[in-house]
Every structure is written in structure tokens, then in C-alpha cells.
Design a protein around this ligand. Structure first.
Ligand code: LFR
Length: 479
């Protein structure tokens, strides 16, 4: 029995087929495509229809294996608005658009940062859906909208004609109650949004519906239905973490690094809020207690600024490995790095402001980026452990960064905790495993994680060197 995972990332998307045989998950990527925001006169947008076209292409390529179900995940917070006839009201905004910079501060000012956190348990990021909606409420489009669909739910709607809001991704909007896991209509109203726009919640594993006849005909997938997975990519990635013991932390790497813990319930209250932690929901009622770190975006955007392609990355990483360690680090959670633009320039500026030497070569910039990420991973994981009282014996680093040996080693060195790296495709795997469970092939999260561990070669990094220079670097940045 095979399953199809549609995994949409901010810089690329893929359609992956998978089936479980002999306790192992066998996968095959049938389609991969580029993604990225595009600037229009009113701001930075996603090409949602273009993405849907790629989804259809991927499903067509998956059809010969006749997957029984399709699961969709993507980055969080962004949404499309539908009018009464079900038409899309404009291309969805990209979370890197700066229109929410001011509005987010105003909303927090009027609702109270502590009140907001107590209710939705979410870290402050200027792009949380609640702030995007507060900005939208000042325009005309929202008044014409009948429903709001987060990106994976929008794709699901286009495949099945059914509307809904998958819970893990809904938990990133800022409109979900951290305790009851239900929508907060008062929060929606407080930012000028009709709560009626928010569709009924669905849980990972629930069936979304069969494919619309024209989709089934176009893709050749007449027997398949869409099943809700952890539709927030990070929720799926955490399912795909091959942890074998309870005391683990994770770093889901890609455009972002999401570093934290899986917990049975939220950690609310002032210390967690001040440390800007988030309590996003995972699969099976778990909580992803984590912080957003700028991630490999710092590197991707540096390459773009230099006019280099990813083919040139190995050479740069070799230069970075040979560069002098721990000379200059930047705060990889600083939102100055959020928008697209000259990344090496912003890194240089941040180094100057903190009295550190400006990295002079590209290799030194890359070293600075990777060390800054490692330090941010350490801070988030240590603080998460402290705030939740959960010990951390091992860190699982999954996603694209697991390929980056220097990043994995630096993370182990900074933390003084062993790092297990891989799998790279944890998100697609988590997506497939939730579908396999819905089909009755797996029992629980532990079972899913055993399957991942048995299916993949993982790389092990032991901490090396002295922690003192890391402590010093941390003091330089976070006095
Ligand atoms: C990672 C991710 C993060 C979310 C960010 C923006 O791909 O989903 O978890 O905070 O993208 O949506």
C-alpha cells in the first residue's frame, strides 16, 4: 500500500511516494520543483496556483504506484482567502513581507503581550497569521472573504473541494487557544476578523475527502483520497525524528531552524513568554516547544547576493571549515535577517554593531553563519530544557541541514551534547507515516520513529573541543 506526500517548502517543493515493507519506510521522490516568493506592487506573494500546478504534476507522476492517500504539508502561517463562490481572493502574501512590522507591534500593544501569550502560547513573530489578518482588516479584501485557508488546506481544497483547518498548522496562526485547542473567536474579533472565516478544525489522520472528479481524471488517481497529516511542515518533521529515547531535543533545519522539545502540554507563563518560546501543536496532542531561528536562509540569501548557485556550496563550506573559528557571530534570531536582500551586508552590520570583526572572505561569512546557527540552536535547546524541566541527552538534527557536516559538528560542539543527523527528508517521512498510521499500518509516534530509525543511515557527531569560547561568544551577543 503506497502513500503520496506533498511537501511544500519555502524554497522547494516535492512529491514523495512511500510504502512500508519489512518495518522500513521505502520512499521515492517523484517530483521536485522550485518555490519562492515573488514581489508584486503590493508586496511579497506566493504563486499558489503555480504551486498547485506542480502538485498536480507530482501526483500524475505518482499515479503508476496508485497511492491510496495523499497528505499535504507546507510552511506555516500563510493563507489564501476564498470568496463566497470559492474563488481565491488574490495570491497569498509571503510571511517575509514587511507590511506586518508596524501592525504586529500595535496589536501586541493593544492586546497585551502577556495576555496574548497566555491565550495562544505563541512566540512573537511579526508574521503570525493574527498580525497578517490585522493588516488585512485595513484593506477591502477581507470583507469579501468567506473563508480563510492555510496553504496546505488551500491545496487540499483545490484537490477535494472540502474546506477545513488542520490543527497543527492552525496552532501557528495565533488564533487557537493553547489549552483547549479550539479557535478563539474573541482574538479574531479583536483584530477585526469575522471568526466565521475560520473553518472547522481537522486532526492529523482524519480523512479530508476524495479527489474532485476533474482532479482524479487529470492525475489518474481515481482511488486516492486526501488525508490530513501534520500539515505544518515542522509538525511532520518532528514525527520524522528518529528518536529512540524520551530525552531528546530536535532541530528541524531548512529555510528555518526550529529548535526545541516535544512536550505533553504547553509551557505558558512569563519566563517562557520572555524567552519568546512557542507552543505549537504536534501530532497526537503533543506540543512543539521551540524557537524559530533564521536557519539556512542566512546561507541561501548570501549565495543569492553573491550570485552563486547551490552547486558552489561545497567549495564555500570547505573554505568555512578552514576559516578561523569563533571570530564573529551574529544573533541568528534577529528579525533584521527576515526580509530578502543583501545578507552579507546585514551580517557585516551586525558584526560592527557588536564590536566584532567583519568577516572579510566568503568562507568567513559562511563560517559566521554556521557558528551563529549552532549557537542559536544551543541557546534554544538549553532554555527549552530549563523552562520545561525536561533533560536533553541527544539532539536530533533533521532536514536539509543534516547534510551539512560542519553545521552538525558545530551544533554538537556548542551544546556539548551528541547530535544525530538525519534524515534529510524528515518532513516528507512524517507526512507519509501519519498516512500509514491512518491506514492502520502503525500504532503510535514511537512506532513511527522506530520505522524512521530502521530505514535510514544516521550520522553521529560527538561534541569536541572546549565550550569556553562558545560561552564567551554567547556573552558577546546576549549580555
Ligand atoms: C518552517 C516553517 C516554520 C514557520 C515558518 C514560517 O518551514 O514552517 O515552522 O515558523 O516556516 O511559516
Amino acid at each position: 500500500m503506497s502513500f503520496a506526500a506533498v511537501d511544500l517548502g519555502a524554497s522547494s517543493g516535492r512529491v514523495v511516494l512511500g510504502h512500508i515493507a519489512d518495518g522500513r519506510l521505502r520512499t521515492e521522490e517523484v517530483h521536485r520543483f522550485d518555490n519562492g516568493p515573488v514581489r508584486l506592487p503590493d508586496g511579497l506573494h506566493w504563486d499558489a496556483v503555480g504551486l498547485f500546478r506542480e502538485v498536480l504534476t507530482g501526483l500524475r507522476l505518482a499515479a503508476p504506484r496508485a497511492p491510496v492517500s495523499i497528505g499535504i504539508d507546507s510552511w506555516a502561517v500563510d493563507y489564501g482567502l476564498l470568496d463566497a463562490a470559492g474563488g481565491l481572493l488574490g495570491e497569498p502574501f509571503c510571511y517575509r513581507d514587511s507590511r506586518t512590522d508596524e501592525v504586529s507591534r500595535e496589536v501586541v500593544g493593544s492586546l497585551g503581550a502577556d495576555q496574548l501569550f497566555e491565550r495562544n502560547g505563541l512566540q512573537f513573530l511579526p508574521f503570525n497569521t493574527i498580525f497578517q489578518l490585522a493588516a488585512a482588516a485595513r484593506g477591502a479584501q477581507l470583507a469579501a472573504a468567506e473563508s480563510l485557508l492555510l496553504v496546505p488546506d488551500l491545496m487540499g481544497y483545490w484537490l477535494t473541494g472540502r474546506r477545513g483547518a488542520e490543527l497543527t498548522n492552525a496552532s501557528t496562526t495565533g488564533l487557537l487557544d493553547a489549552r483547549t485547542h479550539e479557535w478563539c473567536p474573541e482574538l479574531a474579533r479583536a483584530v477585526g476578523v469575522d471568526p466565521g472565516l475560520l473553518p472547522a478544525l481537522r486532526r492529523p489522520g482524519e480523512e479530508v475527502g476524495p479527489l474532485l472528479p476533474h482532479v482524479a481524471e487529470d492525475t489518474g488517481l481515481s482511488g486516492a483520497s486526501v488525508v490530513a497529516v501534520g500539515s505544518h511542515d515542522t509538525a511532520s518533521a518532528v514525527v520524522g525524528v528518529p528518536a529512540q529515547r524520551p530525552n531528546f531535543a530536535y532541530v528541524c533545519t531548512g529555510t528555518w531552524s526550529l529548535a526545541g522539545l516535544e512536550l505533553p502540554g504547553p509551557v505558558l507563563g512569563e519566563p517562557a513568554r520572555r524567552a519568546n518560546f512557542t507552543n505549537e501543536l504536534g501530532v497526537d496532542g503533543t506540543v512543539r516547544f521551540l524557537r524559530n531561528i533564521m536557519g539556512l536562509w542566512l546561507l541561501q540569501e548570501s549565495l543569492r547576493t553573491w550570485g552563486l548557485s547551490t552547486a558552489e556550496l561545497p567549495g564555500l563550506l570547505a573554505e568555512a571549515a578552514a576559516a578561523q573559528p569563533l571570530v564573529s557571530l551574529v544573533d541568528a534570531e534577529d528579525t533584521r535577517f527576515l526580509p530578502p536582500g543583501d545578507m552579507p551586508g546585514r551580517i557585516a552590520e551586525a558584526c560592527r554593531e557588536t564590536g566584532q570583526p567583519v568577516p572579510e572572505t566568503r568562507g568567513a561569512v559562511v563560517r559566521c553563519v554556521l557558528e551563529s546557527l549552532a549557537l542559536a540552536h544551543r541557546r534554544a535547546i538549553r532554555q527549552a530544557a530549563e523552562l520545561s524541566g525536561q533533560d536533553v541527552e541527544v539532539v536530533h538534527l533533521v532536514g536539509g541541514g543534516a547534510r551539512n557536516e560542519l553545521l552538525c559538528q558545530l551544533t554538537a560542539d556548542a551544546l556539548g551534547v551528541p547530535v544525530v543527523a538525519g534524515p534529510v527528508e524528515a518532513t516528507a517521512l512524517g507526512n507519509l507515516l501519519v498516512q500509514a498510521r491512518a491506514a492502520g499500518q502503525l500504532s503510535d509516534l514511537d512506532h513511527a520513529r522506530r520505522v524512521v530509525a530502521d530505514s535510514h543511515d544516521l550520522a553521529h557527531y560527538s561534541p569536541s573541543g572546549d565550550r569556553t569560547p562558545w560561552d564567551e561568544a554567547e556573552r558577546r551577543l546576549h549580555r
